[in-house]
Design a protein around this ligand. Structure first.
Ligand code: GLU
Length: 428
């Protein structure tokens, strides 16, 4: 993310703009502009070499009017309180737009997880829970994975929490591994959810998915399954994917003359989304610089990495062919870039609608944990498709009836639902 962009300022700016459009009572707006609760804590961890290192941890609980706070924990070297605030705020809107009975939250630790051993990661994740366990739980706040965190880490966290409270409590964390309380379909959920919204957008725009092409930024969990879904669900072609290469400290864009084969790429990517460049090269993949993805001559752009990537500068490079920007990442587009997207008439599927598939299946995971009965993958994905399609239609209807940009429409739907819950509970 560029130095000049602060994600929380961006989240507040988006909110303020829609609060004005909605004529929202300024007192009510004041409740929603800031998270309700914020935790900042230090986690001492004994490293494998015997030294003690102290890590900075966070949890932000933005709003729980519609249900317990919900949202991932991010492990990233440039994590800040403001990014966690922004991400926690977006989670409130995401759960509301997906119409699942949960609020918004987010957590993080300032760390590059790829620099830790497995045992160090386990101690660090358990340390996060030792700080937070009194303030999380199935009826309070339910964390999940995000950038840099994995199902295995959720398994450790759930175990630590269960030990501390003295009873097996799987629904305190979602995104757990299969066989350890996880749900079938959770791995695919965010990426496939992105594709269900792209499918609906294509129907709306009269596009043929089978002749469509896409360029994706990132190759972590979201991008991986968005790529698989673009090929296998829509029948389209993935022109390129990009990824951060931590060995070279730079990012690359990978394309293939016949189109990318996402299933093959899944076999040569590590748990942090880094593609093995030698193996990619041996399979005929062409490597360009990391920004190349955004200038590709494609129908659909899917930014699925970090916030602020589609900004005033990078948006200038996009091809006239682009018809849809599907935001797999949280906060990938800056308000400045939004103006260009509007002016060019590109159809935007805003982040907290587009990537709501992950939290939706997290919700299904919690439901399955609580009833102690598990659904098949087909059942999970069918329920996910229904939720995503309904959410997309609600936002599109709002955009058309109020004649507003899709992001503003998504905010209108979400804010309306959260404000209604606050009113019904007598908070405002
Ligand atoms: N971290 C994901 C997101 O940003 C998933 C959150 C969850 O499953 O709670 O939506």
């Amino acid at each position: 993310m560029s130095k000049t962009i602060n994600a929380f300022e961006m989240a507040q700016k988006q909110f303020d703009h829609v609060a004005e459009l909605l004529n929202l009572d300024p007192e009510v707006a004041e409740v929603l502009r800031w998270p309700a609760r914020e935790f900042s804590f230090r986690i001492p961890v004994r490293m494998d070499d015997g030294t003690l290192r102290v890590f900075q941890g966070y949890r932000v609980q933005h709003n729980d009017a519609r249900g317990p706070n919900k949202g991932g924990i991010r492990f990233h070297p440039s994590e800040t309180m403001d990014t966690v605030r922004a991400l926690g705020t977006w989670m409130t809107w995401k759960c509301a737009v997906a119409d699942i009975p949960l609020g918004g939250g987010k957590g993080g630790i300032i760390v590059d997880p790829a620099t830790l051993s497995t045992a160090e990661k386990e101690r660090l994740t358990r340390g996060w829970v030792q700080n937070m366990w009194r303030n999380i739980g199935p009826r309070q706040d339910v964390p999940a994975p995000d950038v840099g965190t994995t199902p295995q880490m959720m398994g450790w966290m759930m175990d630590e929490y269960s030990k501390l409270v003295g009873q097996y409590t799987p629904s305190t964390f979602t995104g757990k591994p299969l066989g350890g309380g996880g749900s079938l379909g959770r791995t695919e959920a965010t990426g496939f959810g992105v594709i269900y919204t792209v499918r609906e957008a294509m129907k709306h725009l009269g596009m043929d998915p089978k002749t469509s092409t896409a360029a994706l930024q990132g190759f972590g969990n979201v991008s991986q399954y968005a790529a698989v879904g673009f090929v296998e669900i829509l029948g389209g072609k993935v022109e390129c994917v990009s990824c951060w290469d931590r060995n070279d400290r730079t990012s690359y864009t990978y394309s293939h003359p016949d189109g990318c084969d996402p299933r093959f790429l899944l076999t040569i990517v590590d748990q942090y989304g880094m593609i093995d460049k030698e193996k990619a090269e041996a399979a005929g993949y062409i490597r360009e610089d990391g920004d190349a993805w955004i200038s590709k001559d494609v129908d659909v752009l899917i930014p699925a990495a970090l916030e602020g990537q589609v900004n005033g500068e990078s948006i200038q490079k996009i091809s006239d062919r682009v018809k849809i920007i599907a935001e797999g990442a949280n906060g990938p587009t800056t308000p400045e870039a939004d103006e260009v997207i509007k002016a060019k008439g590109i159809f935007n599927i805003p982040d907290f609608l587009c990537n709501a598939g992950g939290v939706t299946v997290s919700y299904f995971e919690g439901v399955q944990n609580d009833m102690n009965f598990y659904w098949s993958k087909e059942e999970v994905l069918e329920k996910l498709d229904q939720k995503m399609t309904t959410a997309f239609k609600a936002v599109l209807d709002m955009a058309e009836s109020k004649n507003v940009y899709m992001r503003d429409a998504a905010y209108m739907v979400a804010i309306g639902r959260v404000v209604k819950a606050m009113e019904l509970r007598g908070w405002v």
